[in-house]
Design a binder for this molecule. Structure first.
Ligand SMILES: CC(C)(COP(=O)(O)OP(=O)(O)OC[C@H]1O[C@@H](n2cnc3c(N)ncnc32)[C@H](O)[C@@H]1OP(=O)(O)O)[C@@H](O)C(=O)NCCC(=O)NCCS
Length: 137
């Protein structure tokens, strides 16, 4: 995770300086499930600030929602890294699933076929890897 105090989750605008145009291609992130759960309980606006309503609905429908939330949080950070620029807020990055359950990415409401994403989660950790190809950077 790139943020230290989740209650003051940085806005993309604060991240962008000095990072714009860097990184890119590949992004990886790991998240402790308990941290996401703790932040969401302490900060009521956290979920709606970070996740799209569709993502919240999907995770909430699960028997154990927190690993799914954590995986999506990791996905957003991984995609952010893969894009290599700071012009995108975490909420602008959305994870959807195809009919087989495979994740795909929308950025600012548009499906990004040039971004590949894979998620995994256990009870304690969630991780994501994203790969940007073509002209995404
Ligand atoms: C899809 C599958 C690989 C997920 O693996 P898992 O160890 O259960 O779960 P993980 O934590 O690693 O991954 C979960 C994530 O995988 C992703 N996923 C789901 N289906 C997927 C698929 N068909 N392809 C790629 N990714 C998929 C989702 O993002 C999911 O996260 P979500 O539930 O929050 O949306 C697994 O459920 C499966 O179907 N395996 C088939 C294995 C098999 O056929 N074995 C036969 C020989 S023994």
């Amino acid at each position: 995770m790139t943020w230290t105090n989740p209650a003051t989750l940085p806005k993309a605008s604060r991240w962008s300086k000095g990072r714009a145009g860097r990184g890119g291609g590949l992004g990886l992130d790991i998240v402790e499930v308990s941290r996401i759960k703790t932040v969401a309980r302490r900060t009521p606006l956290f979920l709606s600030r970070v996740f799209a309503p569709e993502e919240i609905r999907y995770c909430r429908a699960k028997k154990k929602p927190w690993p799914h939330f954590a995986a999506r949080f990791a996905a957003k950070e991984a995609v952010w890294k893969a894009l290599g620029h700071g012009g995108v807020a975490l909420k602008d990055i959305r994870v959807e699933r195809d009919v087989l359950g495979r994740p795909y990415v929308l950025v600012q409401g548009r499906v990004r076929r040039d971004l590949e994403l894979s998620l995994t989660h256990t009870e304690r950790y969630a991780a994501a890897v994203a790969l940007a190809s073509g002209n995404s950077r």
